[in-house]
Design a protein around this ligand. Structure first.
Ligand SMILES: Nc1nc2c(c(=O)[nH]1)N[C@H]1C(S)=C(S)[C@@H](COP(=O)(O)O)O[C@H]1N2
Ligand SMILES: [Mo]
Length: 199
């Protein structure tokens, strides 16, 4: 595993006011999901990249965890109103996907899939932002089962429902499709600085 010895700073952490409207700070880390915690099986776990790509790719756990890793310093803003600042995540940059598959030019969106049947949609521009990663560690420790072990996506600039836990796939799409919460009243984009909470 190669590890870069610098940390990517999510730009929102450099704002003078780091807490968006309607949010309050917490030092706790609440656990929120609609289903039960997914159980990790190292031998069965597969990360799949498919859709608008030249050739579908499947990575077993050993291959996925051997990809180059980065660190990202970022804040969390949950649509339910809590924010948690100063998180250092470690994991695989979303940009690493570009080294694994050839993405077709018509791909403009992604759907992120999880082993608990959750899914969430992102524009490629948001997905490939510098501070987006498939995190395996938080503050130097493995991500705990309730927070998404072994892999969770972290999208620092959007509300935390876009940060899918127990991630096991990325599908590239030419047209946007609403995710689990996005098709149940949550905003399609989810920018906390514009309070894009519900649609
Ligand atoms: N796989 C999966 N990821 C998920 C969810 C879920 O139900 N399943 N819930 C989302 C929502 S609505 C929130 S607020 C955050 C909560 O993350 P946490 O439990 O680590 O605080 O996870 C997001 N990722
Ligand atoms: Mo949420």
């Amino acid at each position: 595993m190669s590890e870069k010895n610098y940390t990517i700073i999510s730009p929102d952490t450099q704002k003078k006011n780091r807490v968006p409207n309607g949010q309050r700070l917490t030092d706790n880390f609440p656990v929120l999901h609609f289903n039960s915690i997914h159980e990790f099986n190292r031998d069965k776990w597969v990360f799949r990249i498919w859709g608008q790509v030249e050739k579908e790719k499947r990575l077993p756990y050993n291959e996925f965890i051997s990809l180059p890793q980065v660190k990202v310093f970022s804040d969390i803003h949950c649509v339910t109103g809590w924010s948690k600042l100063n998180n250092t995540w470690q994991g695989i940059s979303s940009k690493e996907i570009k080294n694994l598959v050839r993405i077709k030019p018509e791909a403009k969106f992604v759907m992120i899939y999880c082993s608990d049947d959750y899914y969430t949609n992102l524009a490629c521009d948001d997905f490939f932002a510098d501070d987006v990663l498939f995190a395996v560690k938080l503050n130097g420790q493995d991500i705990t089962p309730e927070h998404g072990h072994p892999v969770r996506l972290v999208v620092p600039r959007l509300y935390f429902w876009k940060s899918a836990k127990w991630v096991n796939g990325v599908q590239f799409l030419a047209k946007d499709v609403a995710g689990f919460w996005e098709s149940r009243g949550y905003h399609n984009h989810g920018d906390p600085w514009r309070e894009q909470r519900y649609s």
